[in-house]
Ligand binder design. Structure first.
Ligand SMILES: [Zn+2]
Ligand SMILES: [Zn+2]
Length: 253
């Protein structure tokens, strides 16, 4: 099965390549690609920005996706939810009292191997993971998310270890929330997440999986080697790989 890259960012949020460059690269590579820029907090906010985004993705023949920030109200305009091919939901922040702690410094540090200091405000890392599992479960049950993005890319992993942070119970809880709500679990090329044990549990529980690079630039663009390796290694059948119910991309040239 030819894997499709369902998680990419462009200059319409925090990516470096224009949607046109992404579409061109996808054509060169011969793969189907979904544009999933951030909305509301990190990316587009106004109806006009949404409308331009949608038109751009459609005109370029890209799947029309979005990456929603789990833990914030899923309140983008109705016209876009009706049109979307799919919605990714990922955790990018945590709210402590009135303060929101963004995870972007952790993402940057993890990606570039830079030093990172776990913010005191996040409190006990194990407790944070438990709360995050609650938030994920609640969000998947109440918002129209189709794909759970980079689910183990969380700051407690910095303190507790990339895989050791996630107990079997934690993994099973998150997996069950995804399965119960018919949400695919993303296997991320960029983050090499989730790790194999998580994916084994997900596979046993009958989860479906989605594949994405989460590329923000030419670096790692459409890099699906990790997902391909995991899918082959775990023997995940094609029928358990999420394919957007495409309102088929219309290519206008
Ligand atoms: Zn993300
Ligand atoms: Zn992303």
């Amino acid at each position: 099965m030819q894997l499709e890259d369902l998680h990419t960012h462009s200059t319409m949020s925090d990516g470096r390549l224009t949607p046109q460059q992404l579409a061109e690269a996808a054509r060169d590579r011969g793969i189907r690609v979904g544009l999933t820029d951030h909305c509301l907090y990190y990316g587009m906010r106004t109806d006009e920005e949404f409308a331009t985004y949608m038109e751009t993705a459609r005109n370029l023949g890209l799947y029309l996706g979005l990456e929603h920030d789990i833990g914030r109200p899923c309140a983008f305009p109705g016209f876009i939810t009706r049109e979307l091919d799919y919605l990714i939901g990922s955790v990018h922040h945590f709210i402590v009292g009135y303060e929101q702690v963004l995870f972007s410094p952790y993402f940057k540090a993890r990606l570039h191997g830079l030093p990172y200091e776990y913010p005191q405000a996040l409190g006990d890392p194990r407790e944070l993971l438990e709360r995050t599992a609650d938030i994920i479960a609640q969000s998947l049950a109440t918002s129209p998310v189709d794909i759970l993005g980079h689910v183990t890319v969380l700051p407690p992993a910095h303190v507790l270890g990339l895989e050791a942070a996630f107990s079997r119970d934690w993994c099973a809880r998150v997996v069950k929330a995804a399965v119960a709500n018919d949400v695919a679990i993303e296997i991320s090329g960029h983050w090499h997440s989730p790790h194999r044990e998580f994916l084994e549990i997900a596979s046993e529980e009958g989860a479906t999986f989605a594949v994405g690079s989460d590329s923000h630039s030419a670096h790692g663009l459409f890099d699906l080697r990790y997902p391909a390796e995991m899918i082959a290694g775990l023997g995940i059948p094609d029928g358990r790989i999420f394919v957007p119910l495409s309102k088929a991309p219309r290519v206008r040239r």
